[in-house]
Design a protein around this ligand. Sequence first.
Ligand code: ADP
Ligand code: ZN
Length: 599
Amino acid sequence: MTTDYLHKLHAVFGHSEFRPHQEEIISLLVSGGDALVIMPTGGGKSLCYQLPALLRDGVGIVVSPLIALMHDQVMALRQLGVRAEYLNSSLDADEARRVEQALNAGELDLLYVAPERLMTERFLAQLDRARVALFAIDEAHCVSQWGHDFRPEYVQLSVLHERFPAIPRIALTATADAPTRAEIAQRLQLDNARHFITGFDRPNICYQVRLDARGSREQLLRFIQEKHAGEAGIVYCLSRKRVDEVTEWLCSQGLTALAYHAGLNADTRRNTQQRFLAEDGVIVVATIAFGMGIDKPDVRFVAHLNLPKSLEAYYQETGRAGRDGLPADAWMRYGLGDAILLRQMLENSDADEIHKRVERKKLDAMLAYGELTSCRRQSLLRYFGDVMPAPCGNCDNCLQPPQTWDATTDAQKALSCVHRTGQRFGVNYLIDVLLGKDNERVKTFGHDTISTFGIGKNLRMDEWRAVFRQLVARGYLLTDHDNFGGLKLTEACRPLLRGEENLHIAKQVAPAKRSKAARNHAVPANDDPLFAALRNVRRQIAQQQGVPPYVVFHDSTLTAMAAMRPQTLDEFAELPGVGDRKLQNYGDAFLQVLRDDQY
Ligand code: ADP
Ligand code: ZN
């Protein structure tokens, strides 16, 4: 039995082994059981229903709320020789009729359907007559009324169980804490489903964060040029204005950058999305509006030029990098201003107090993550309830442990300066007082005579800034919005003032260098002529077929091709990602290059 699965996995998808849980899930569905699958983005969820749909009699019905994703998946499946179609509002009446005819004639392996269409009596009646292999409910967290992605039609999906009790069902999602999980199981009536929960670790993503907003555009450019020249990436900014600015600037530096935000019209946005998928090396600069439903495996970096509002958002956004499992970077530069702006947005929102309290906690967790001096992955996973016993070796803090200094005494000076000046001044002014600058403003307020005037000459201005940032980030100080953003003391600063708590601060560090292990698995440099030639062949095929390059072959397959240099079709078949259909269709084209001595 198991060898059947493996054989099919290799013949159709070209993979030689299963990822964690895939095989168990597949075998459960094939034997008619139900499953609830929580797997991180890029974990390989689709295979969990695609393969059993091929192994069981009849058509696999996949419910998905994301039209763009349906289209991508169907395109990719057709490349593999799988008979796949979709039904959603993007089809015209003729196209929809053709798909329904294929369904009625039993000519489909997989059919992707939007939930509102699935739930029509007309379509359900068609399913009564068809032979259905299984139901897959993708993005299952959409049934949860607690989440941001709630879709009312999803709640009605429990009808499937009542109407088709004998057909196995699988619900899948990347985001579900324990309560949401229970809600999914209950609302979809998955009472007898086995739960499969895999960890949230994305080991191939290297996390790099720095609190340093000065020249962040230039830092970004250098990062892209040094590590990701010619590669696809997403840059997230907080505001539309900033998106436009950064896009324009990257373009002026010779990169292919496209802006994406809600202020652009639908055509422009669609075009941007299309180019991002279809072309190599496009960078999309976007607000958070971009990304949901973008299923591009070879995004090599996700950069943040602002702090996200929570670790949930950060994890989701950075998770769009490296879905193919190859090394990818999650890179962030942010400033204290981000934290202040996010707090303002939060306080000014119409949410109720309970909600705001939750949001405040989330923002604090995000800030603490930014200023972390220990392994980022350990801390990120801890936040999601995953335990990672040892530091990861693939984040900035692991690769280059930041040096810290004991800033306790300086923190006390800063807090006392806030106190003595009446808790109504901002950072710049406070630093002036600490450094003993007797300028007009300081004199006007008479602060050149208080005890904290000039007691901070041991630190430079930027070091004082870091002290204040930490004090705000860790909740010792808060920004008073009713008073022009002046800083106020909180209850939390008492133990620090009494010396019962210490404050350690990271020294500014040089950019992290990749570990050798990570480098060895890296995507070949763009200047490798063989790899470039293989990419060329891929691009030509993609253009002929009207599909994005990664639908022809992923970077991982190309990398293996360049490394193993197969010379025959048999050898070519051994490459990861090469199934029977792709071997037959594309093998020769690539072999021509692989056999060429000039590379
Ligand atoms: P998810 O839906 O969980 O985000 P996908 O189903 O899109 O993830 O899979 C992510 C990537 O992993 C895809 O590129 C897919 O081809 C690859 N993948 C899935 N299963 C395997 C496997 N057993 N071996 C190798 N690659 C796999
Ligand atoms: Zn680490």
